[in-house]
Design a protein around this ligand. Structure first.
Ligand code: CA
Length: 220
């Protein structure tokens, strides 16, 4: 009996510890992000897993961002989609970007690049032009912008950017643009910086883009 009690206590401890770890630990595949100066996060450093927010969108779908993971739930609280475990989702916005009348969700995420291997088996540089402090071997996390939507209760990707040349610190959707035959008129306003291995904040520059058929085109 004593052993059973101890075992149960141990199990409870392990479960509690595991739960605490699962809450406290950011997602896997963090690469250089694991080495960031956590103690100073938020004070001059860009914490890519910092946002936690829940929003109710069109159709009663619930979007929940926590610990770098974005989930979508239907009106019965059933999770219909969750972001890839290898991504760190930084933030999301709701809006009809494409202009078909149905709400989409746009989100920024971080993930490591896979090294590009050319036809000779040599590793090519797919990140030429990146403003990083060190040569990129593909292990560094890069920022991406993905657009998804919900069709008949199923989450579908609409458009996914390649690695962005500059990381987006924050962004907003603005439906105030002018719709044309090739554009929904949806504007994207961003605050962007430079890639830094320690995720320190760099210059902050504002850009605006407009959705044009396939992707966002810079307008300023
Ligand atoms: Ca749409």
């Amino acid at each position: 009996m004593a052993i059973d009690i101890i075992t149960a206590a141990c199990l409870r401890f392990l479960v509690t510890a595991a739960l605490a770890l699962s809450i406290a630990q950011p997602p896997a595949h963090l690469g250089a992000y694991e080495g960031r100066p956590v103690a100073e996060s938020g004070a001059g450093y860009f914490d890519i897993a910092a946002n936690a927010r829940t929003e109710i969108g069109e159709g009663g779908y619930v979007y929940r961002l926590e610990n770098g993971s974005l989930s979508v739930y239907d009106t019965t609280d059933f999770e219909i989609w969750r972001s890839d475990s290898g991504w760190i989702v930084h933030d999301f916005r709701l809006g009809d970007v494409v202009g078909d009348g149905a709400q989409d969700f746009l989100f920024t995420l971080w993930k490591p690049q896979k090294p590009f291997v050319d036809t000779n088996g040599a590793h090519g540089d797919i990140t030429t032009g990146f403003s990083s402090e060190t040569p990129d071997d593909g292990s560094a996390l890069r920022n991406h912008l993905y657009l998804y939507t919900i069709i008949s209760g199923r989450v579908k990707p609409v458009w996914c950017s390649s690695a962005l040349p500059r990381p987006i610190y924050s962004f907003e959707l603005d439906p105030g643009g002018r719709a044309t035959p090739v554009s929904s008129g949806m504007l994207l306003h961003t605050d962007e910086g430079l890639y830094r291995d320690d995720f320190s904040l760099t210059e902050s520059r504002n850009f605006s883009y407009i959705w044009e058929g396939w992707g966002f085109v810079q307008i300023n």
